[in-house]
Ligand binder design. Structure first.
Ligand code: FAD
Ligand code: NAP
Length: 539
């Protein structure tokens, strides 16, 4: 029985059909969908505006690495037709403007509470609803909770000794000041050479007095060949949008880049070179489609690795520096970076590379940073050190399911989900692009839409069946987790210390979190839905 305190709390709290956490691509579309279903929904967003990733990541050079014409919503043809992208890869301000336009066009803002962080979500078994608490003291309850909290929204700043001693300015790429940063005349240090570092380094180098790049693991990067979008090409794609988007659904990563179906080791060295040169000249993530076995055969992958190393050696004039920049890991096992003038930047005489594998960071100091016994004097430090990916934002919320069990406890050895959409013991709680779904191994906007559409159809199905509560069956969940692991283990992904494995966060369980295979995943979801939502238990 509910106690008096709970009853009083129940009366004081506001009842909704659905609470949605996050106002990025995921949360905005989820709100649109809930309204379409006639449900009362509210979004809570920690930032003071919409956009998610594109609200927070305002560092110089931030732009998408999936082409703009693909990295956008499909749910509204009017929206797709009316929006004009200016570049092949849109920069952060343009993507943010797009998401602001979406929020305005569909009048979404009235149901979004900004600058409000959801701190807790507790399942009330007796009433069959989620009790939500925010950092502004809101107490709400809702039948459904949709976590659109983002795979890459929880920043990671390493716990270096002396962080508090540093007297200069410091920034994380994922929490960039809205007013921008003026690096003119400054000695800047960038720590990290993932996608954020690789995008920002060329621009910071141009602006700063001097730039020192602190690199722990060299990374592979291919040129973006970014350029203004040809209006004729844009018009042509728009005329054939449905077919164009269908094409993307039929590829392993949800990208419209024709995959080469042959294996690298079946090709002659000349054929391989020609294929890599063609993909290099084309630019972008299509490089990963060069050969079908790139992510499963080390021998094949080595040919791609050697090709990129060749490009680095051709571009970087100082041979010793070029070697320090050459990666020795598997291409694509950390996300392949897409850059503009990254390797060229190291030919500048005001840019220095510090190889942290030889000279590890010892501490930050009052005047800069000490690594390998040398002190680097810096006016500003940029942490391009990434995110507690995939699970970080979820586990920062105190989520408790049936019997008060915390999500942190359930995921103690790594995330466990059914289809990356739900986790058993946490009824009516959905995750958008959760671990166990293609998420970060796909073009994320179609992935997000596929999740929201699935949830929308599922809620309609529940309504038709008179069901108020859904929970995945533990067996179905276990089988899905085993399948996700099996697929991951058959690839080269587990061979390097990537954030896909949680390996960038000290103490995080080493588990390959995303599901490889956008098409296979969509087919599986369609099959589950066609089979009366097999694997989900309705009450
Ligand atoms: P997000 O955009 O991350 O939004 C989540 C929101 O939830 C955030 O605004 C956050 O503040 C809010 N939130 C989290 N927890 C709480 C809480 N407890 N209470 C309240 N609010 C909360 N993907 C691609 O496919 N192609 C790309 O080119 C690409 N480029 C990227 C570039 C960068 C710099 C980064 C960091 C990621 C990129 N990604 C890319 C991945 C990108 O995150 C997704 O494409 C997409 O934007 C995710 O949308 P989302 O709504 O799921 O999450
Ligand atoms: P990231 O890929 O995780 O890179 C973080 C970098 O910081 C790595 O070089 C890492 O080195 C380094 N680092 C972390 N901790 C460190 C420590 N303690 N000491 C020294 N170095 C340390 O993060 P990100 O660059 O922000 O990118 C994250 C993801 O966001 C990308 O993979 C991509 O999916 C997305 N993204 C996309 C784009 C785009 O092009 N559209 C741009 C930015 C981000 P190690 O490799 O040795 O760990």
């Amino acid at each position: 029985m509910a106690g008096a305190a709970e009853t009083a709390r129940d009366e004081a709290s506001e009842r909704l059909d659905a609470v949605i956490v996050g106002a990025g691509f995921g949360g905005l579309y989820a709100l649109y969908k809930m309204r379409e279903l006639g449900l009362r929904a509210r979004v809570f967003e920690a930032g003071d505006g919409v956009g998610g990733t594109w609200y927070w990541n305002r560092y110089p050079g931030a732009r998408c690495d999936v082409e703009s014409m693909q990295y956008s919503y499909q749910f509204s043809d009017e929206l797709a037709q009316e929006w004009e992208w200016s570049e092949r890869y849109a920069a952060q301000p343009e993507i943010l403007r797009y998401l602001e336009h979406v929020a305005d066009r569909f009048e979404l803002r009235r149901d979004i509470r900004f600058e409000t962080r959801v701190e807790r979500a507790h399942w009330d078994e007796e009433r069959g609803l989620w009790r939500i608490g925010t950092d502004r003291g809101d107490e709400l309850s809702a039948r459904f909770c949709i976590m659109a909290t983002g795979c890459l929204s929880s920043t990671n700043t390493p716990d270096f000794d002396g962080v508090e001693d540093f007297e200069g300015d410091s920034y994380h790429t994922g929490q960039w000041p809205h007013e921008g940063v003026d690096f003119a005349g400054k000695r800047v240090g960038v720590i990290g050479t993932g996608s954020s570092g690789i995008q920002s380094i060329p621009l910071i180098a141009r602006e700063a007095l001097h730039l020192t790049v602190f690199q722990r693991t060299p990374n592979y990067s291919v040129p973006a060949h970014n350029a203004p979008l040809d209006p004729d090409k844009q018009a042509h794609i728009k005329e054939n949008y449905a077919r164009y988007r269908e094409q993307s659904r039929a590829t392993p990563f949800g990208l419209v880049n024709p995959p080469n179906e042959s294996a690298a080791m079946d090709a002659t060295p000349e054929e391989r070179r020609a294929e890599y040169e063609m993909r290099w000249a084309e630019g972008g993530l299509g490089f990963m489609m060069s050969f079908v076995d790139m992510l499963v055969s080390r021998e094949s992958n080595d040919t791609a690795a050697e090709f990129i190393r060749g490009k680095i050696r051709e571009t970087v004039e100082d041979p010793e520096l070029a070697e320090a920049l050459c990666p020795d890991t598997v291409v694509g096992c950390k996300r392949l970076c897409v850059d503009t003038d990254y390797w060229e930047t190291y030919n500048r005489d005001d840019v220095r590379l510090v190889d942290l594998r030889k000279n590890p960071i010892e501490r930050l100091t009052r005047r800069g940073l000490r690594a390998g016994g040398e002190e680097y004097e810096l006016d500003a430090i940029v942490f391009a050190t990434g995110f507690d990916a995939m699970t970080g934002a979820l586990l920062r919320i105190d989520i408790r399911g049936v019997g008060g069990r915390t999500l942190a406890d359930k995921w103690d050895a790594g995330p466990v989900t059914y289809l990356g959409l739900m986790t058993a013991g946490f009824p009516n709680l959905f995750t958008i692009t959760g671990p166990g779904s293609p998420s970060v191994l796909s073009n994320m906007v179609p992935s997000i839409e596929q999740h929201v559409d699935f949830i929308g159809d599922f809620l309609t199905h529940m309504q038709e069946r008179g069901a108020a509560r859904v929970d995945p069956e533990p067996d179905a969940e276990a089988a899905w987790v085993a399948h996700v692991n099996e697929v991951g283990d058959a690839t080269l992904f587990p061979t390097c210390n990537s954030w896909y494995l949680g390996a960038n966060i000290p103490g995080k369980p080493r588990v390959f979190m995303p599901y490889l295979g956008f098409l296979a995943y969509c087919e599986k979801c369609d099959e589950v839905a066609a089979n009366d939502y097999a694997g989900f238990s309705l009450r």
